[in-house]
Design a protein around this ligand. Structure first.
Ligand SMILES: Cc1cc2nc3c(=O)[nH]c(=O)nc-3n(C[C@H](O)[C@H](O)[C@H](O)COP(=O)(O)OP(=O)(O)OC[C@H]3O[C@@H](n4cnc5c(N)ncnc54)[C@H](O)[C@@H]3O)c2cc1C
Length: 490
């Protein structure tokens, strides 16, 4: 059993239970927050959206152990604010709600957007809501409602120092709910002094907020990993989905295993650079990387197409690698850039090439006492690029084929050329020996050798069938390859 102290809708909560219990289930079943709706339980619909330290997350993918010391805001807490009233009124005015199941999540996603960007464009609104599905109303009226709320109530989101409701707590201007479109169901939590109840939850008297957790040092984490072989949990977006399918098959080993929460280890969240390399902490989230100007453009482009904001707020680059999926979109870029991984244990550290670390679908050479700590990216390998992700839709799309080509030249001589194909075979396809045939060539020489290079790649791409046929994958790969090399060589 793990004890988790956190703040829910301004009230401190002390909860005990399994560390990998879902925040969604605890909120609904134990803490009375039934405004948090349960939809897909796989992070694909957004009905369970809540704000965690002001950031939009899918509560179905957040393990309780990752909530320690943090603030959770659900619709029950948010509905007491003037900001809610402004959004609620705009949603009602535009008829932007029908069955209402998605509405609490939509409203919180709208709040998360406006708190960081009080005057968003239509495109920014659509991106912010892209992980929240609505099957009745249609998005136009929802987008119009958010746009109106921003226009009419923009100053509400511009209060000095008030970046997010969850951080601001109850200092928010209170309001009635006007033409309320969000139901009262489950509004008890956050509306009273004794804000929570539940079999294993006890409100902490007189405290105003759970104390922030003391950060775990990396050496503490490595000791725990060594002693208990605790399961690394970074953002949980792969683990919690895998846990759900294992549980439904009656074999949820992860539910009983000790978990090591990496989200509160500062050494794993840093980004630094020197003249040759960029060093990215394994627990950097995608949102953190998108916000950091040092993130290379090609990595930024791949990350901006991963899932939707609520996933990007918690999912990490290290988790994408360690999960060892051939569809991993950020890992694809790291393959082409010849990234090295720094692995550490209580007994030492080693650097290993990404291509050697990943041994097959879901298989890596990570030792039971090791953690992936840092990703080392050689800057010289990040010149021109072409990145393409082929999926079934724009947001929340899993790659059917993904491609990256990196190209760097100096004084007309090719210094680096690398291509990689994701979602095509059991691991990312990367063949440095083929690309080496053009490295060191002048552009004119490379043009002459281009056909031989393409032919070698044609043999090397051996796709497997999946959601799409092997033939389709091969055709798409070759088209992308030809487009890339023609762009670079002219
Ligand atoms: C709805 C949805 C959409 C998605 N869309 C995409 C997409 O478009 N593209 C894509 O690539 N992925 C996608 N994913 C998958 C997932 O979000 C990513 O793979 C993400 O980067 C995983 O990171 P995480 O921090 O959540 O990993 P976790 O789930 O925490 O961990 C994943 C695995 O890595 C291990 N691990 C994590 N960190 C470390 C570490 N530092 N050291 C050692 N082991 C570690 C864990 O033990 C676990 O085995 C999606 C997932 C969902 C639910």
């Amino acid at each position: 059993m793990t004890r988790v102290d956190f703040t829910l809708n301004d009230s401190p909560v002390s909860w005990e239970g399994p560390a990998l219990a879902r925040l969604l289930d605890v909120l609904r079943d134990e803490l009375g927050c039934t405004g948090v709706k349960c939809g897909c339980r796989e992070g694909e619909c957004g009905t369970c959206s809540v704000l965690l330290d002001g950031a939009l997350v899918n509560s179905c993918l957040v393990a309780m152990g990752a909530v320690t010391g943090r603030t959770v805001l659900t619709i029950e807490g948010y509905r007491r604010s003037e900001r809610f009233a402004a959004l609620d009124t705009a949603y009602a005015r535009h008829g932007a709600v029908q069955c209402g199941d998605c509405t609490p999540g939509m409203i919180l996603a709208s709040e998360a957007l406006l708190a960081s960007n009080p005057h968003p464009s239509e495109e920014q609104i659509r991106t912010a809501l892209s992980g929240n599905l609505c099957r009745c109303t249609g998005y136009n009226s929802i987008v119009a409602a958010v746009s109106d709320a921003a226009r009419d109530g923009g100053s509400l989101w511009e209060l000095p120092g008030e970046k997010s409701v969850a951080q601001a707590g109850s200092g928010l201007p209170l309001a009635g709910s006007g033409d309320a479109v969000v139901s009262d169901a489950g509004a008890a939590a956050g509306d009273s002094d004794v804000a929570v109840s539940g079999a294993s939850a006890t409100p902490t008297p007189s405290a105003t907020a759970a104390a922030p957790p003391a950060a775990l040092t990396l050496s503490d984490a490595l000791r725990l990993r060594d002693e208990q072989q605790a399961l690394p949990y970074a953002g949980g977006t792969d683990l919690m989905v895998a846990g759900a399918s294992a549980a439904s098959a009656g074999k949820d080993a992860a539910a009983t295993q000790a978990a090591l929460f990496l989200n509160n280890i500062p050494e794993l969240k840093g980004i630094r650079e020197d003249a040759e390399n960029l060093y990215i902490g394994a627990a950097c989230t995608y949102s953190q990387l998108l916000d950091d100007p040092r993130t290379p453009a090609v990595l930024r482009e791949a990350i901006s197409q991963i899932a939707a904001p609520a996933i990007r707020n918690v999912a990490t680059i290290g988790g994408n690698i360690a999960n060892a999926s051939p569809k991993a979109d950020s890992a694809l870029i790291l393959y082409a850039a010849d990234a090295q991984l720094r692995l550490q244990s209580a007994h030492g550290q080693r650097d290993v090439a990404l291509g050697d670390f990943i041994r097959g679908r879901g298989q890596t050479s990570l030792g039971p006492d090791e953690l992936l700590c840092e990703i080392i990216l050689p800057k010289a390998h990040l010149g021109n690029y072409r990145y393409q992700k082929i999926g079934a839709r724009k947001a929340l799309a899993i790659s059917r084929v993904s491609f990256v080509g990196l190209f760097a030249e100096e004084d007309g001589v090719i210094k680096h050329l690398a291509v990689a194909f994701g979602a095509v075979a059991d691991t990312v396809i990367r063949r440095p020996e083929i690309d080496a045939s053009l490295i060191g060539c002048t552009l004119a020489e490379a043009r002459e050798r281009k056909d031989a290079w393409l032919a070698a790649w044609e043999d090397a791409i051996v796709p497997v069938a999946g959601r799409v046929s092997a033939e389709y994958r091969k055709t798409v790969c070759l088209n992308l390859l030809r487009a890339f090399i023609s762009e670079q060589l002219g």
